[in-house]
Ligand binder design. Structure first.
Ligand code: PLP
Length: 420
């Protein structure tokens, strides 16, 4: 057996491509946010994490351009050595203040932030309690800690009884970290932080929340899931990304200064990787300024998601309930998921197809997500196209509540006529 045999044997993507329903790596040629150009035609975007729609905001673009002109294209090194510029420090101070924590540390991606915080903190003989549905960056940090001798215990998704049962089995004196997503990226569900913070205290465990999908969305000030639960004092560390609300590329952790200082000197993901580029940092900083000035954007993105959630649910789709910007529609089968994805794409709507192992079997879904800059005409167009396809494929009978599936009034505007 050669190392590459598994690659030559891997046929799944080719089979799906041959059927013309392959949904991944589709290039976007231009983007205005809610509407993008793909294969030369306009498509309404219902799958982006650009939650506040700031990637095309003039102030964000201008900040990136100015930074590029002043500092060049790259810092060419890690934060530790030659890769720190004053913009990094300024943004760290601004983020820490905004989040109500002592100190912040920037990483080059959100993935590196999650992985890069867990591994240095949890080692031999110590325990990690991790939600089964946590993001891959957390899983990666857990695996590195496990290799260093930590015990990694997974608890059932958002199941506080299971978490408590597992904590109770661990040695009382052992150091323990509980790690969870704030808003879970596939299902859009929100961590039961009210209960979790009490359990963490009872078992003297440190609490880490990855709020990639909650930051800028949850809480009326946009400060995220931890603030939504009024739990800033109870959560020790918050990890986040720039790639969603902050319209850029990078990540951060906030927490006690002594912990951040330790991570600054001990996190391989920070020390052995080049720092976020000047343009990326300036863009994130300008996006944060906009969130601080216009917290109503967080309210708007939740309202937009709710409009679609309600419209699709009332039309008879199997929609997972939630409060954040993610609206998953359960399809339940890989090929059906891809076929519906293609039908929607042909109708001018782009969504994300999630199949197993990203979802449990039977929960294959079209995961949609919304932006503060979607207008009602975009949202209604998305609903209209879902309903059209749902009727064709007889999908509109979830819970038998709306068997005819016409619960929502929608516009008839094609995507190239939608004003942007
Ligand atoms: C919960 C969560 N954490 C971390 C990340 C990684 O963020 P980044 O894209 O900045 O690497 C993501 C991105 O999808 C995420 O959903």
């Amino acid at each position: 057996m050669g190392l590459f045999d598994k690659c030559y044997d891997y046929k799944v993507s080719e089979i799906v491509k041959a059927k013309g329903i392959y949904p991944y790596f589709r290039p976007i040629q231009e983007s205005e946010g809610p509407v993008v150009l793909m294969e030369g035609r306009k498509v309404v975007m219902a799958g982006s994490n650009n939650y506040l729609g700031l990637t095309t905001h003039p102030k964000v673009k201008e900040a990136a351009i100015k930074a590029l002109e002043k500092y060049g294209t790259s810092c060419s090194g890690s934060r530790f050595l030659t890769g720190t510029i004053d913009l990094h420090i300024e943004l760290e101070e601004k983020i820490a203040k905004f989040m109500g924590k002592e100190s912040a540390l920037l990483f080059s991606t959100g993935f590196q932030a999650g992985q890069g915080v867990i591994f240095p903190l949890v080692g031999k003989g110590e325990y990690i309690f991790s939600d089964k549905d946590n993001h891959s960056s957390i899983v990666s940090g857990n695996m590195l800690s496990a290799a260093a001798g930590a015990h990694v215990v997974r608890f059932k998704h958002n199941n506080m009884q299971d978490l408590e049962k597992k904590l109770a089995h661990a040695p009382e004196k052992a150091n323990k970290l509980i790690v969870t997503d704030g808003v879970f990226s596939a299902m859009g569900s929100i961590v039961k932080l009210d209960e979790m913070k009490v359990i963490a205290k009872k078992y003297n465990a440190t609490l880490l929340v990855d709020d990639a999908h909650g930051f800028g969305v949850m809480a009326d000030n946009g400060k995220g899931t931890v603030h939504y639960f009024n739990a800033v004092e109870d959560v020790d560390l918050i990890v986040c990304t720039f790639s969603k609300t902050l319209a850029s590329l990078g990540g951060f952790v906030v927490g006690p200064e002594k912990v951040i200082e330790f991570l600054r000197h001990k996190s391989p993901a920070l020390i052995f990787s080049a720092s976020p580029t000047p343009a990326a940092v300036a863009a994130a900083s300008a996006a944060l300024d906009i969130l601080i000035e216009q917290p109503e954007l967080a309210v708007r993105v939740r309202r937009n998601a709710e409009r679609v959630r309600k419209g699709l649910r009332e039309s008879g789709f199997h929609v997972i309930d939630g409060q954040a910007a993610i609206v998953p529609i359960i399809i339940g089968d890989d090929e059906k998921c891809f076929s519906i994805w293609k039908m929607l794409y042909d109708e001018g709507v782009f969504v994300n197809a999630f199949i197993s192992p990203a979802t449990p079997p039977g929960m294959q879904m079209l995961r949609t997500s919304y932006m503060a800059t979607h207008e009602d005409q975009h949202l209604d167009f998305i609903i209209e196209k879902f309903v059209k396809i749902g009727k064709q494929l007889d999908l509109l009978h979830h819970h038998g509540k709306h068997p005819k599936g016409t619960g929502h009034k929608v516009s008839k505007t094609p995507p190239d006529k939608i004003k942007v």
